[in-house]
Ligand binder design. Structure first.
Ligand SMILES: C[S@@+](CC[C@H](N)C(=O)[O-])C[C@H]1O[C@@H](n2cnc3c(N)ncnc32)[C@H](O)[C@@H]1O
Length: 311
């Protein structure tokens, strides 16, 4: 992709574009999806050598809603996220009916279903048999990239089935209730949403976009990114940078990343990454809801999960 693509114009970047020009996403595909194991699921891997501080990719969100770590504490936030989910479900039910498909195109739905098959099966947005017969993580997942390129996936059918079997198989005849769907929806946002902190957020409540002032830092926009959401956690290693996380991210334009747009995510290497290495970052100290299997924990010689603080 050319340097001038998607809103990036070096001539308008003020006096010092050189610092990040050297490091902006390159044309050769940088990432591919791979399988870690049946508990961790998919991960994102380097498709080539990536140098320290390189902007690996820059991606537009596929979904936006309100976000709150303590989801059930604010009804507006729960309603907002659930409304986004219901819009999705309506679009999935009527992929050819443009009147009901204002927010999600058929390819959006396909990409979401492909990236998050367990969510799809749990919520019933997509019939489980669809997940089982769908091509394995194809190139549609790169369609939200603005800079950087996607190299497809190395997921085999066996790996895909190992990961999705626990959810898809027992639920072949499962008809989710409203409560099941709500729970799966909130769970989905909890595991995959990125926070974009704002003083005022736009919520989609009862089908209408409304600006809601955020009374505290607890409420912000939640953005779901197809590739960004597939990056797994790694605890920061106390002694060596080599074993800890190798990426960082930021949302929206900042002084350092001026070429990215509002709500877009930029993923940057924090050290050199060799081809085939998994991309990871530190999810931070918040409650994670999984037992950590990262390299730092595995190689610390202590109990798995110890590097995470709160599991
Ligand atoms: C943002 S998703 C990352 C993509 C995910 N692996 C997938 O296949 O969809 C976060 C989820 O991945 C899993 N995960 C991420 N990092 C992990 C780690 N270090 N150890 C175990 N599971 C992890 C957890 O299930 C977590 O809720």
């Amino acid at each position: 992709m050319a340097d001038t693509a998607a809103g990036f114009d070096a001539s308008k970047q003020g006096k010092a574009p050189d610092a990040f020009l050297a490091k902006h996403p390159k044309d050769s595909p940088a990432v591919r999806i791979g399988f870690v194991n049946s508990t961790v699921g998919y991960g994102l891997f380097a498709a080539r050598k990536i140098v320290k501080e390189e902007y690996i990719f820059h991606e537009e969100p596929i979904l936006k809603a309100l976000f709150n770590e303590k989801f059930s504490s604010d009804k507006r936030i729960v309603d907002s996220q659930y409304q986004v989910y219901k819009d999705m479900a309506a679009a999935a039910d009527r992929p050819n009916d443009k009147r009901h498909n204002n927010h999600f195109s058929t390819s959006d739905m396909k990409a979401l279903q492909t990236a998050f098959p367990n969510f799809a099966a749990k919520t019933g947005v997509f019939p489980p048999h669809f997940a089982a017969t769908h091509p394995i993580l194809d190139n549609d997942l790169g369609m939200y990239l603005v800079h950087g390129r996607f190299d497809g996936s190395t997921i085999t059918r066996e790996e895909y089935e190992a990961y999705s079997a626990a959810v898809v198989v027992p639920r072949v005849n499962f008809v989710p209730t409203e409560a099941d769907i709500r729970e799966a929806c909130l769970d989905f946002f909890k595991h995959y949403a990125f926070e974009d902190m704002r003083k005022t957020v736009v919520a989609r409540v009862a089908g209408v976009d409304a600006a809601i002032p955020s009374s505290s830092n607890a409420s912000s926009n939640a953005c779901i990114y197809l590739l960004g959401s597939l990056i797994n956690h790694c605890c920061t290693h106390k002694y060596t940078e080599e074993k800890g996380p190798n990426c960082t991210w930021r949302i929206g334009s900042t002084g350092l990343v001026r070429f990215i747009r509002d709500k877009h995510i930029a993923v940057q290497a924090t050290r050199d990454i060799r081809e085939g290495e998994q991309l990871t970052w530190d999810y931070g100290k918040r409650e994670k809801g999984f037992v950590c299997e990262c390299e730092t924990c595995k190689t610390s010689g202590v109990i798995i999960g110890i590097g995470c603080g709160i599991v």
